[in-house]
Design a protein around this ligand. Structure first.
Ligand code: SF4
Ligand code: FE
Length: 483
């Protein structure tokens, strides 16, 4: 019987015995760690049905493997409608949490590997697709969180995997045995890694023949021997240790990235989905990236919804909500946010089936979507800071507000409109600080640039997929140029 709700999910993490490090210390029970718990709360929202009328339809799907009702996060897209619903689900959860809820990377990995494993079997006579279906069935039945692990640490960016001074800078097979393989390396920036039951590894780039050992894909339980997790830092993260929720800004929810080290990890053959088929590795990268670039047209839009709301709220608390320039700025925020959404929906609606039956987004449009995501959240944040005012970074702490010697002064002098409690005004200001330059900015801003590939990665794809020569022929024909 699979995990049925958020509480059960949180408890399931306690049973995992892992090597986790936070601020230089080994942490045996990450569940109650104040720097980790908000990210667990965000992930737990993917298990909560919620009150939104559309939630049931978006958060759940029918498995094409078993016919059973499953989490959409474990679903293989069967139609363009499924692709659209995925984006709508992500917008809904972004709105609920105002952060990264971390579970999409695994979902995007499933869909990429499902189709590539099928095509690999056709070309190489391998049996990866059936293996992957068995694995997916297990994940669906148990309703697990799976970290989709793609980004290698990469060492010298000017060198190929096999050219590095240290051969372990890209995850690779170091030993093949009759019962499985042994892998070594590390995956960087792993979203939600500490909150995952399983790690699903994919190659990070298109490999060449001499890099066959790096063309490897597999899944392991996150408490497998040899796995080491080191939590990544975020701006102002230690505020979560101070016991002052006001200063955290979004105290309930947060995101998480970790470095995941594979110190000679054994993987049985039934959990290996690629091993040496280097010609298939580029396809996994391209499809995973396309799905995750689509994803950002949902999750970041949901966060944007909250930021538009925060802009309207803080303007009202400051008494300037009717000023024409404020209305203009909020209109611009909405326009930018809905443009991102339009891209997410467009690449989904234009999706097509792969030979495996799994639907893939329109790859060009997914790349355009993500390219816009590398820019618009920054402009949305700038406009929000503009509307909020400088108090976002100059206001005192919760502890000052609790000190009876100065609290009456702060209550009096930090007030905005007379009918709005000072504390409410400060709460939304601290929230805006968190979202635009604190922990929340790690998920909303930096992730918007680098998550699912940095801006240049999308530009390469955009130029490659644009059909430039065809466009040249249109121009030539209309201009009367021969040939
Ligand atoms: Fe999901 Fe967005 Fe987080 Fe990626 S960045 S895991 S798409 S919420
Ligand atoms: Fe991401």
């Amino acid at each position: 019987m699979g995990i049925s709700g958020p509480e059960e999910y949180v408890e399931s993490l306690r049973t995992l015995k892992r090597r986790i490090y936070v601020l230089g210390e080994r942490v045996d029970d990450p569940v109650d760690h104040p720097m980790i718990r908000p990210s667990i709360n965000a992930m737990a929202e993917t298990y909560r049905r919620g009150d939104e009328p559309e939630a049931e339809e978006l958060l759940f799907a029918v498995s094409h493997l078993t016919g059973k009702r499953i989490s959409r996060f474990t679903h293989i897209h069967q139609s363009t409608e499924d692709l659209v619903k995925k984006v709508l689900m992500q917008r809904l959860l972004g709105r609920r949490t105002a952060t990264c809820f971390q579970r999409c990377v695994g979902m995007d990995g499933f869909n990429a590997l499902y189709s590539v494993a099928y095509e690999c079997d056709q070309e190489h006579g391998t049996e990866y697709h059936q293996r992957f279906r068995e694995y997916l069935r297990y994940v669906q039945e148990e309703n697990l969180v799976v970290d989709g692990a793609m980004t290698d640490v990469k060492g010298d960016r000017g060198l190929r995997p096999a050219e590095q001074a240290d051969p372990d800078l890209f995850v690779r097979v170091v030993e093949k045995r009759s019962d499985g393989i042994v892998v070594r390396g590390a995956k960087a920036h792993q979203t939600g890694a500490l909150n995952s039951h399983e790690i699903l590894v994919m190659p990070t780039t298109a490999m060449r023949e001499e890099e066959a050992d790096y063309a490897v894909s597999f899944a392991v339980p996150s408490d497998t021997q040899g796995l080491v997790f080191v939590l990544g830092r975020q701006p102002s993260d230690t505020r979560k240790l101070e016991g002052s929720p006001l200063d955290v800004g979004n105290p309930r929810y947060g995101s998480q990235e970790a470095l995941v080290i594979f110190d000679d990890v054994f993987v049985p053959w039934e959990r290996v989905f690629m091993c040496g088929e280097y010609d298939q590795s580029g396809k996994v990268v391209e499809r995973f990236a396309a799905y995750h670039r689509q994803s950002y047209g949902g999750c970041k839009v949901g966060v944007g919804d909250v930021l538009v709301g925060a802009a309207q709220l803080v303007a009202t608390y400051n008494g300037v909500e009717r000023a024409s320039h404020v209305r203009e700025k909020i209109t611009e925020m909405i326009h930018l946010n809905e443009t991102l959404f339009s891209c997410g929906i467009a690449c989904s609606a234009m999706g097509k089936p792969t030979p495996s039956g799994c639907y893939l987004v329109d790859v060009l449009l997914a790349n355009v979507c993500k390219q816009n995501v590398t820019r618009y959240p920054f402009e949305i944040s700038r406009l929000l800071q503009d509307i909020a005012g400088g108090l976002v970074v100059t206001m005192p702490s919760q502890k000052d507000l609790e000190n009876p010697e100065i609290a009456p002064y702060l209550e009096k002098y930090l007030k905005g409109r007379a009918d709005v409690p000072t504390m409410d005004r400060l709460r939304i200001l601290k929230f805006i600080e968190n979202m635009t330059m604190g922990c929340g900015a790690a998920a909303y801003l930096t992730e918007s640039i680098h998550g699912a590939g940095s801006p240049q990665a999308q530009r390469i794809m955009i130029l490659r997929l644009a059909g430039l020569q065809e466009k040249v022929s249109y121009a030539k024909r209309l201009a009367g140029i021969d040939g």
